[in-house]
Design a protein around this ligand. Structure first.
Ligand code: SF4
Length: 512
């Protein structure tokens, strides 16, 4: 046996043992009816050609490996950012298992969420009974301060009405009349997780603000948006606001939710924006969204309540951080402090130190629209060329913004935006118009291997590396982290390309 108490192997070496090799080969020959190797190679090569690219880009009726997730994932993430809140997804159980595992595998933390566990009978008769029982059980078992309800495809297809269902649940005593149960319809067959995030944020603010009189104050609300780096980014935002002396409420702050200590105590609920603080946030002077595409409906709602609103695109790098700080300074009348100016200067100094290694580097970027915009902007700042920028959940308006961004820099010449395309499209694009670096999530790993392009993991989800989200990408400090990540991968590649003694190592460099 390859695996025994005396010889415990991890899965990678385990499947290289002779027994497994033989078993897998038998399976291939006897059951898989595979094509001959030479044909597989031939077709594989053809799928990297211009001929195949044209066919692939003309594809309309099929999506392959989209760089996006479905709406309720974003809704669960948004809800988890509030104090004592249990996300409740009305629909099938498997969906919630996926949301929880996706978030847990990225953050390496538990991710609490429950499901109304709809099955065939609910699909026929509606999910009201599941809602009534589910809300009651959730309250009894976990005693959350708030239950935030979203929906899966199943509930949406049969047309379950959350407002009516929650009202009826209250009438039947499932949860008390005055208990907080915000909700958002999050149909997965339209939009993506960024829309689900937006819908849930709006649902939560509506729950606390509707029917309240606004007394305008001086505070600033910040909506961080769906962000795989939220743990460190939210903390960085709070640090910067603290340095500026601005009273800030982060609406949906997951930084402590996804970063609990190991001290022997399991915290089902930790951190999150206080519910009373959320209620009081109606009185803020302004609400700023860090990610425009995560918040259009929420900001419309907030503006309707009389607050000033503004949206940014993932404030990463020099110009993007400048814009954010100057906006906050204009809103509050507080100057940007010297401490932040120093950090700005240090980031610029670091960028200048490494410029020779970044200048003219061609890069493909994929991810959510705000992240891709921010990453492209940062690459232009350091003199690199964001040659292919792809967001499966990016639309026409986003594509126009990207084009306008490219036009601001000579490094943007020849750069392309790919709105609504998936990672199989990106494979064709990168195979025919190669780049030197790929920036995206762990899902870029196969592209990286297949095409021999190093991957910089810098968004959500990152499953195959640990703890990146504990270091910020936002602000000047975050810009420094992003710069180092890009450079590390570039230097690793330079080193691995010069590892043959006397052949490629002639100018191998120990100190750069
Ligand atoms: S797309 Fe629909 S079925 Fe799939 S996980 Fe999302 S909600 Fe569930």
């Amino acid at each position: 046996m390859p695996q025994s108490a005396d010889k415990v192997l991890d899965h990678a070496p385990l499947f290289r043992e002779p027994e497994y090799k033989e078993m897998l080969e038998n399976k291939r020959v006897r059951y898989e009816c595979g094509h001959p190797e030479h044909l597989v190679t031939e077709i594989g090569d053809w799928t990297k050609s211009w001929d195949y690219r044209e066919k692939n880009l003309a594809r309309e009726a099929l999506t392959i490996n989209p760089a996006k997730a479905c709406q309720p994932l974003g809704a669960v993430f948004a809800a988890q950012g509030y104090e004592g809140t249990m996300p409740f997804v009305h629909g099938s159980q498997g969906c919630v298992a996926y949301f929880r595992s996706h978030l847990s595998r990225h953050f390496k933390e538990p991710s609490s969420a429950v499901s109304s566990s709809m099955t065939e009978d609910a699909a026929v008769f509606g999910g009201l009974a599941n809602m009534i029982e589910g809300l009651s059980n959730t309250k009894a078992l976990y005693n959350p301060a708030m239950i935030a309800v979203s929906t899966t495809c199943m509930a949406e297809v049969i047309g379950d009405d959350l407002n009516s269902f929650i009202r009826q649940s209250r009438e039947k005593g499932s949860v008390p009349e005055d208990y907080n149960v915000p909700f958002a319809h999050t149909p997965s067959f339209v939009g993506s997780h960024v829309d689900g995030y937006d819908n849930m944020q709006k649902g939560i603010l509506t729950n606390f603000w509707e029917g309240q009189e606004r007394v305008p104050g001086e505070g600033i609300n910040i909506i961080p948006g769906f962000d795989g780096y939220a743990v460190a980014n939210n903390r960085e935002l709070k640090r910067m606001m603290g340095l500026m002396g601005v009273s800030t409420t982060l609406l949906g702050d997951v930084s402590d939710v996804y970063d609990t200590p190991s001290d022997g105590e399991f915290r089902m609920f930790a951190g999150g924006t206080g519910l009373e603080e959320t209620r009081a946030a109606l009185n803020a002077r302004a609400t700023l969204s860090m990610q425009e595409y995560c918040s259009p409906k929420t900001l419309d709602y907030v503006a309707g309540k009389g607050q000033e609103v503004a949206a940014f695109h993932y404030p990463m790098g020099v110009q993007a951080t400048d814009e954010l700080l100057m906006k906050i300074s204009a809103l509050t009348g507080k100057p940007v402090p010297d401490a932040l100016k120093l950090e700005r200067g240090r980031l610029i100094d670091a960028m200048a130190d490494s410029q020779a290694y970044l200048h003219g580097k061609s890069v493909a970027v994929f991810g959510d629209p705000d992240f891709v915009y921010a990453m492209a902007r940062f690459l232009l700042e350091v003199g690199a060329e964001p040659k292919h920028c792809l967001a499966t959940n990016g639309g026409k308006a986003w594509a126009e913004k990207m084009e306008a961004l490219f036009a601001t820099s000579p490094f943007g010449t020849g750069c392309n935006v790919w709105a609504g395309k998936d990672l199989w499209h990106l494979r064709s694009i990168m195979a025919t118009e190669p780049v030197e670096l790929l920036v995206g999530s762990s899902y870029g790993k196969y592209l990286s291997r297949d095409l021999g392009v190093p991957l910089v993991r810098l968004t959500f989800p990152i499953f195959d590396r640990h703890h990146h989200h504990r270091f910020p990408a936002w602000g000047y400090q975050g810009g420094l982290n992003v710069l180092v990540k890009l450079l590390d991968v570039i230097f690793d590649k330079l080193d691995s390309d010069s590892d043959t003694a006397g052949v490629t190592d002639i100018s191998f460099d120990l100190t750069r």
